[in-house]
Ligand binder design. Structure first.
Ligand SMILES: [Fe+2]
Length: 432
């Protein structure tokens, strides 16, 4: 999008014309991208929900607008009238302090409001956000700036969900629709995996400073690490296939108890979207079905599968502190959504470790819990991250569906250990 949101810094002068101009540009650019993501969809694609975790694309379009309406327009734009009073119930996701909301698993049952009405809602919110940015008094600008930034990053999070939800919607359809034609790229040959040594000791992890970060990335704090090795590459499809061929999915000794339960209950035999046809493994992508490429990072595996693969190979997953220590000195570049592939690719750029950012979210062995000294913000905004700090695992580094401007070394994503529909992969570590 050409705007480096996370490096924008914080405009000390709240009334600075530049600050208002800058945020307006960021806002417009991010809102436009949501429309671009939906441009290839047919009207029917906007409406369905293929499992409770998936939301219909039109719901994402509406919910991200509801976020701006609820946290900015209603409290800060004088004489603002909500677009439709019933939308609060339909498009609130999980904010209990705001009010009741429509059950998540029933989002796909709603033919109304129509997609067209939701695009009108978006235009209405955009028009009023523009007014707000131009007119909000200085005394409220600091809060508005922070909330606009949060709303912009929130919409970027939903953009990634739109890609993964569209993929799921298309993948369960026997017609296997193509969302976009394949983006051509030259084939890379990967060097073999190396084990890169890192010295332990006391390190600092977490966010500090006034650039944008979510509350769950703070406070920055000390962590003690033992010496460790980090794999130079994420685990590839070829490597993962060896685990499959060795009977990995049939042998409980590699699996956590809950993981083995998931294997049996869901009859997992391979990553999500893999399919065996005439003795060949194929997988579904946003460009339709294709043969499994041995060199690409393996993708759409759960934490349980990542953990089982690690155990089978005699290694382990990195902790999130180890991962951040590795990532700290690495420039953020890689296969993000801007590259247009929307699929992890076999690539080796710069020096090892490779593909730390982009391609696939890397499962860590760390539970998603608060950092020492963490305090959720007061009020509804405090529900954004804090209340999910139980039973989920941390993932790092972003994926081919993440915007590059959304990524930081300190970024903590989190999903339940059985979740597979995000672009999730594996990087191994080892004690040293
Ligand atoms: Fe949301």
């Amino acid at each position: 999008m050409g705007l480096s949101i996370q490096h924008a810094g914080y405009f000390e002068d709240h009334d600075s014309h530049d600050a208002r101009q800058f945020i307006m540009q960021c806002y417009k650019s991010v809102r436009r991208k949501s429309h671009e993501i939906c441009a290839p969809l047919a009207i029917e694609d906007y409406v369905i929900q293929t499992m409770p975790d998936v939301s219909p694309p039109k719901w994402h379009l509406a919910h991200t607008s509801w976020f701006f309406e609820t946290f900015l327009l209603i409290p800060f734009l004088r004489s603002y009238r909500v677009f439709d009073a019933k939308y609060g119930y339909l498009f609130n996701s999980y904010y209990e302090t705001i009010g009741n909301f429509h059950p998540r698993k029933c989002r796909g049952l709603l033919s109304r409001p129509t997609t067209q009405a939701i695009y009108q809602y978006r235009a209405y919110v955009d028009e009023h956000i523009e007014k707000l940015i131009a007119s909000v008094p200085d005394e409220h600008w600091g809060t508005c700036y922070d909330r606009l930034m949060l709303g912009i990053h929130h919409e970027q999070q939903h953009q990634e969900l739109m890609y993964t939800d569209i993929k799921h919607i298309f993948a369960i359809n026997p017609l296997r629709p193509v969302y976009q034609t394949l983006v051509e790229r030259s084939a890379d040959h990967l060097s073999r995996n190396d084990w890169l040594p890192y010295d332990g000791g006391v390190v600092n992890i977490g966010h500090e400073g006034r650039d944008f970060a979510y509350d769950n990335e703070s406070p920055r704090h000390h962590v003690y690490l033992e010496n460790f090795y980090c794999a130079s590459h994420p685990v590839t499809n070829g490597e993962y296939r060896e685990f499959i061929d060795a009977g990995g999915y049939q042998n409980p000794e590699y699996w956590l108890s809950d993981g083995w339960k998931s294997v049996k209950e869901n009859q997992w035999i391979a990553p999500l979207y893999w399919e065996k046809m005439e003795n060949e493994w194929w997988l579904m992508t946003l460009s339709g079905m294709r043969c499994v490429d041995e060199d690409e990072p393996v993708c759409h595996v759960s934490y349980y599968e990542a953990d089982a693969y690690a155990r089978w190979s005699g290694k382990r997953l990195l902790t999130e502190a180890e991962w951040e220590h590795v990532a700290n000195d690495i420039t953020i570049h890689g296969n993000f959504s801007e590259s247009g592939h929307l699929h992890p690719i076999a690539v080796q750029m710069g020096k090892a470790p490779y593909q730390v950012f982009g391609d696939v979210w890397e499962w860590t062995q760390s539970p998603y819990i608060p950092y020492p000294g963490y305090c959720a913000p007061k009020g509804a905004i405090g529900e954004y991250n804090g209340k999910f700090m139980c039973n989920q695992m941390v993932l790092r580094g972003g994926s081919c569906a993440t915007s590059s401007t959304h990524m930081r070394a300190t970024y903590r994503n989190f999903f339940f250990p059985a979740d597979r529909w995000q672009f999730t992969g594996i990087r191994l570590g080892e004690d040293r």
